[in-house]
Write a protein that binds this ligand. Structure first.
Ligand SMILES: C[S@@+](CC[C@H](N)C(=O)[O-])C[C@H]1O[C@@H](n2cnc3c(N)ncnc32)[C@H](O)[C@@H]1O
Length: 271
């Protein structure tokens, strides 16, 4: 992703998050389905799929599924999927894809911090890709996802790494290697703001409108402690690093090999 600009509203509600994502929905769907999210395609998805392992036969929730790109991948890997998202427009796109190519996926409009449409212990796996950092209530999501999981079930999620992709992060030139020094700042900021960005590897970015996305400052402990407090056992953290070979194939990943982790993958379990 490329971050473009910021403005500073106050508290952002879930209803507002839904409106922002509804406005992004058509462009997001078009670009994700054209595989233009280069970080996802070349790096984040392959490492996340390795992280979660065999999901065949699981009854699984995809929390914050968007238009369903990854939900369909999980379904093709053999999981019986339910996808929920707070944006009715994204869910409409997901349902339309399901109608076109049925994979047995159920899609519902819901917030992952209010999963009351599902009884306790409905799922034996919960997954979430790049969505839990886009909401004002991580605690609520942890609580609800815990509730709808059966005992003995795993919860895997990916987010941007809270220690490095901070509210004030940026790049500075370093010696003869431009854009290679990551500047971390405002790590402790709890600010909520609206950010405009595009996928970073678009052929003609200037011709493409930006996504406008509510963002929420959180530290590492703001993610990990609610999981523990809710009752989850932390099983594994992964901070994937692009290999040298992958960076040769996709040079845009190089700065994330040299500097810091762009993504954090978390595996926890309801024992
Ligand atoms: C960056 S997109 C990722 C979508 C999808 N997981 C993917 O990988 O393509 C973030 C998603 O989180 C959703 N979202 C934000 N807050 C949410 C909430 N409280 N409950 C459910 N979905 C939410 C947005 O509507 C958006 O679809």
């Amino acid at each position: 992703m490329t971050r473009i600009s910021r403005q500073q509203p106050e508290q952002i509600t879930e209803a507002e998050v839904a409106l922002y994502w509804d406005k992004n929905a058509d462009l997001w769907t078009e670009q994700v389905r054209q595989n233009l999210d280069a970080f996802r395609e070349h790096f984040n998805n392959p490492v996340f799929l390795q992280f979660i392992g065999d999901i065949k036969g699981k009854t699984a929730l995809d929390a914050g599924c968007g238009e369903g790109h990854n939900t369909r991948i999980f379904a093709r890997l053999g999981a019986k999927m339910t996808g929920i998202d707070i944006s009715p427009k994204l869910i409409a796109h997901a349902r339309e894809a399901e109608k076109r190519e049925p994979l047995g996926i159920r899609y519902e409009v819901a917030s992952f911090s209010d999963l009351s449409i599902f009884p306790d212990a409905s799922f034996d796996l919960a997954l979430s890709t790049m969505a839990l950092m886009d909401s004002p209530s991580f605690e609520g999501a942890a609580r609800e996802i815990y509730r709808v999981l059966k005992p003995g079930s795993d919860f895997f999620f990916s987010i941007t790494h809270p220690c490095f992709v901070t509210p004030g992060f940026g790049w500075t030139a370093f010696q003869d290697d431009p854009n290679i020094k990551l500047t971390v700042s405002e790590y402790f900021s709890k600010k909520q703001w609206v950010e405009s960005w595009r996928f970073s590897q678009l052929p003609k970015p200037e011709d493409v409108p930006e996504f406008v996305v509510p963002s929420f400052g959180r530290t590492l402990s703001d993610y990990i402690n609610p999981l523990i407090k809710t009752g989850f056992t932390l099983k594994e953290l992964s901070e994937p690093r692009p290999s040298a070979e992958l960076c040769r194939q996709h040079p845009f990943l190089t700065k994330w090999r040299k500097t810091a982790a762009i993504f954090l993958h978390v595996h926890c379990r309801k024992e």
